[in-house]
Design a binder for this molecule. Structure first.
Ligand SMILES: [Zn+2]
Length: 387
């Protein structure tokens, strides 16, 4: 399994000024070159790495990039076109002829001056024991640049770092995103499933009755929405910058919340020898569409993130994960199976009109997801048991 570990560069006060200027100039040079290569790819129609290299390599080198950096710039551009193509095919930019899709297809992909740049081991070498890196720049090599990370991140780096690292500048801080290849842990045969229901008031509710409301996250979102409304009316450059900063901060806060929730759910499943049943999120947009569109995109993005955090933490601990169809989980009685809209008299309560079973609505839904997980697992692993 691939995992990205993110560490922050921590230059000495003497290094800081030079480092910042040099790294900034390096990213700018790489992205200028990437924009050149992108225009070339767009006009020639040769968007694959090898073909694009023939057209663009010499000019990219002439912009002061070394051989390695030049190849990485060209690969970055080719990869960006591959991703765009995949996104279009998956319908992520709307249907054919939609304004968004036309906009994306009608011009070359553009790279910001500070867009992330991949470095291989020759351009960026890690001295993990010493906690430093040495990094190629357009102004020569910078050596002994310290980086910081959590003990777990450093351990993962020391054991599993392999391949490229991305240099990223975010809010005036410099980060390295290092790719790590974690060996697969065999999946333990689950003894039952923890069902997880995703929602707006409670971000995640488990079939055991644990409700993760993501304390403060909805409050932060609400505050930011108000601020956005006020600032958008202004539409000045500084208002836009502030908005962007707030949005990033909110995204970090949401990611942090999702990490914590995922960790607790996976730990509980592992401790009790169970697997985890998650809703298949394909339909989540439809399910939450009742609400304001902006909120829908925000939440569906956040749900997918939580789902992927759970999946990768589970994989690291050998905990089974199954995705189930969430249709009618909120209207179905988890005690007797009776399906009725009237079972759900309010947002928070579930009360079965047939057998009288009552439970918090989200817990009832999570219990349905858990039993669908058990059934789904039995079907998909029937062959293993027979063998
Ligand atoms: Zn019932």
């Amino acid at each position: 399994m691939k995992l990205v570990v993110q560490v922050r560069l921590w230059p000495t006060p003497e290094q800081a000024a030079v480092l910042e200027a040099v790294l900034e100039a390096t990213l700018r040079a790489c992205n200028d070159a990437a924009n050149f290569a992108s225009v070339t790819a767009f006009t020639t129609g040769d968007r694959r790495e090898y073909a694009l290299r023939k057209h663009a390599y010499r000019e990219v080198r002439a912009r002061g990039l070394g051989a390695q950096a030049a190849q990485h710039v060209i690969k970055k551009v080719a990869d960006a076109y591959t991703t765009l193509k995949a996104n279009i095919r998956a319908g992520n930019l709307g249907s054919e002829g939609s304004a968004r899709r036309r906009r994306a297809e009608s011009k070359p992909i553009a790279f910001r001056a500070g867009a992330a740049q991949p470095f291989d081991d020759r351009c960026l070498s890690w001295q993990i024991d010493a906690g430093t890196v040495s990094i190629w720049t357009t102004a020569g090599r910078l050596k002994n640049v310290a980086f910081v990370g959590s003990p777990e991140q450093l351990r993962t780096l020391a054991l599993y770092r392999k391949g490229e690292s991305d240099l990223v500048c975010r809010d005036g801080m410099w980060f390295l995103y290092a790719t790590c290849e974690i060996p697969d842990v065999p999946v333990t045969k689950p003894n039952g499933f923890v069902g997880v229901d995703l929602g707006i008031a409670n971000i995640a509710t488990t079939s055991d009755g644990a409700r993760h409301c993501g304390k403060g996250l909805n409050a932060v979102r609400h505050r930011n929405r108000e601020l956005r409304r006020r600032l958008q009316a202004k539409a000045t450059t500084s208002a836009k910058r502030l908005l962007k900063k707030r949005r990033r901060k909110e995204a970090r806060f949401a990611a942090d919340t999702n990490h914590r929730i995922a960790k607790r759910i996976v730990t509980e499943a592992e401790r009790t020898g169970r697997g985890i049943a998650l809703e298949d999120l394909g339909g989540i947009r439809d399910r939450v569409r009742l609400r304001k569109p902006q909120r829908v995109t925000l939440h569906s993005w956040s749900f997918h993130q939580l789902g992927s955090f759970i999946a990768y933490k589970a994989a690291r601990h050998g905990v089974a994960v199954i995705h189930v169809d969430p249709a009618y989980t909120s209207q179905t009685c988890s005690a007797c199976g009776h399906v009725d809209k009237a079972n759900r008299p309010s947002q928070a309560t579930f009360s079965c009109t047939s057998c009288g079973f009552a439970e918090h609505a989200d817990v009832n839904a999570a219990r349905n997801i858990a039993s669908r997980g058990v059934a789904g697992w039995a079907v998909s692993h029937a062959a293993d048991d027979a063998a």
